[in-house]
Write a protein that binds this ligand. Structure first.
Ligand code: DX5
Ligand code: ZN
Length: 225
């Protein structure tokens, strides 16, 4: 029971939802038992895709009280911290290679009251973030190349999760990409407790059950390890 303070948090990615009906999709996820909404922000520069930004977060905030977990796949994220905060974002997760001074960026996000996370894409080494882990609320280990939903889960990224979990028993460790009923056990066993799932949840017939399957797997590992 040494990890009692760890909680399974299931964060469906609205990237797999219908962007024309975001408020309804958010409500459907809430009704299905989701803990967070995962918002994928892409700038066509850091990743080869374009999605949403603060105006969309602001519009959606009028329709939901859910925690909005904003995953910034953008260059120069420091330009946008205040805008995301004003728009109603609950957290900002940035990719380590996008900022010149990670410590400064972390401080800036925290000063707004939002939570802060650091993300690692598959080719980025765990060592690059280690000096900053003690100062953040969460580490996001990408299990696909950032940019698109619906890709295959990369199990080889689990060594990062395992190493982080060994060093930080109560840190929120998020995995993102290819998570579904087939891959969740691998991620949960490695020590992930925050689970992003786009196509895994949105393509499921029974979204409530899809979320429950993810949660059960995480809880099983939290309480047996
Ligand atoms: C990819 C995004 C993910 C994506 C996951 O760059 O960061 O959040 O929505 O989608 P699935 O779960 O379909 O791999
Ligand atoms: Zn994401």
């Amino acid at each position: 029971m040494k990890k009692m303070s760890l909680k399974a948090l299931i964060a469906p990615s609205l990237l797999s939802g219908d962007f024309a009906r975001l408020a309804e999709e958010a409500q459907a996820m809430k009704d299905a038992g989701a803990d967070w909404l995962h918002m994928d922000v892409m700038d066509g520069h850091f990743v080869p895709n374009l999605t949403i930004g603060p105006p969309v977060i602001q519009s959606l905030r009028k329709h939901t009280d859910m925690f909005m977990d904003c995953h910034l796949m953008v260059s120069q994220p420091e330009k946008w911290v205040d805008d995301f905060h004003k728009a109603g974002a609950s957290s900002i997760t940035f990719h380590i290679e996008t900022v010149e001074d990670p410590a400064e960026f972390i401080k800036k996000v925290k000063s707004t009251g939002m939570r802060v996370g650091i993300a690692l894409k598959p080719s980025t080494k765990l060592e690059t973030i280690l000096p900053y882990v003690k100062d953040v609320d969460m580490v996001l280990v990408m299990t696909v190349e950032p940019g698109f939903g619906g890709q295959e889960f990369m199990a080889d990224q689990m060594s990062k999760v395992r190493e982080l979990r060994a060093q930080y028993p109560t840190l929120d460790i998020e995995v993102d990409g290819g998570l579904n009923e087939k891959t969740i056990d691998t991620a949960a066993e490695a020590g992930a407790n925050v689970i992003v799932s786009g196509s895994g949840v949105f393509k499921a017939q029974d979204k409530k059950e899809a979320i429950e399957v993810l949660r059960r797997a995480v809880n099983k590992h939290i309480f047996t390890n």
